[in-house]
Design a protein. Structure first.
Length: 174
């Protein structure tokens, strides 16, 4: 999730147009972040290079945004930003008790189906309808498990364990 206590929100995919705009993909769906981005600007990182820009204009586009960044006035400068990741301080992505959790908070947790261990959460995916837990068992078998509120029986942050009640057939029988 984090590197140097930052969370990756998206990536600069490419320059857009001739006036220095960039297309930024957005990896998470949090509308509250948009206000913070306008207020605080955008921090970009590629390797050890980190840059911060004020945002002059932001427009929704496909699965991301077209941004006009302060000081980026032509396509050539915008092209130099291709591949930079959009980062934000990781502290923002910590839920308080009773709030909805951020996915990165359960990365590495064990997933149990009732009393049977399924595996460890290795990463996350998404379908049109919900987030998916990418779980791998001790044999290397991988499962895409929908993160559906009705399936979750308990999340134990101390034991790093999620107990679910999954429909039959979602995981193999041993």
């Amino acid at each position: 999730m984090t590197q140097n206590s930052f969370f990756t929100l998206g990536y600069i995919k490419h320059a857009h147009g001739i006036r220095g705009e960039v297309f930024v993909s957005f990896l998470i769906n949090d509308e509250n972040l948009l206000d913070l981005v306008f207020e605080n600007g955008i921090t970009l990182r590629k390797g050890t290079v980190q840059k911060h820009y004020a945002i002059e204009e932001m427009k929704p586009h496909k699965d991301g945004f077209i941004l006009s960044l302060e000081g980026i006035l032509d396509r050539n400068k915008a092209e130099l930003l291709k591949g930079f990741e959009w980062i934000y301080p990781g502290d923002y992505f910590t839920s308080a008790p009773g709030e909805n959790i951020y996915l990165h908070e359960i990365l590495g947790f064990e997933v149990w189906d009732k009393n049977k261990r399924v595996g460890i959460i290795k990463s996350f995916g998404s379908s049109k309808f919900q987030d998916l837990l990418m779980v791998e068992d001790e044999l290397g078998i991988k499962y895409d498990i929908p993160l559906v509120k009705n399936f979750i029986k308990d999340i134990n942050f101390v034991e790093k364990k999620i107990v679910m009640d999954l429909p039959s057939g979602m995981t193999h029988e041993v």
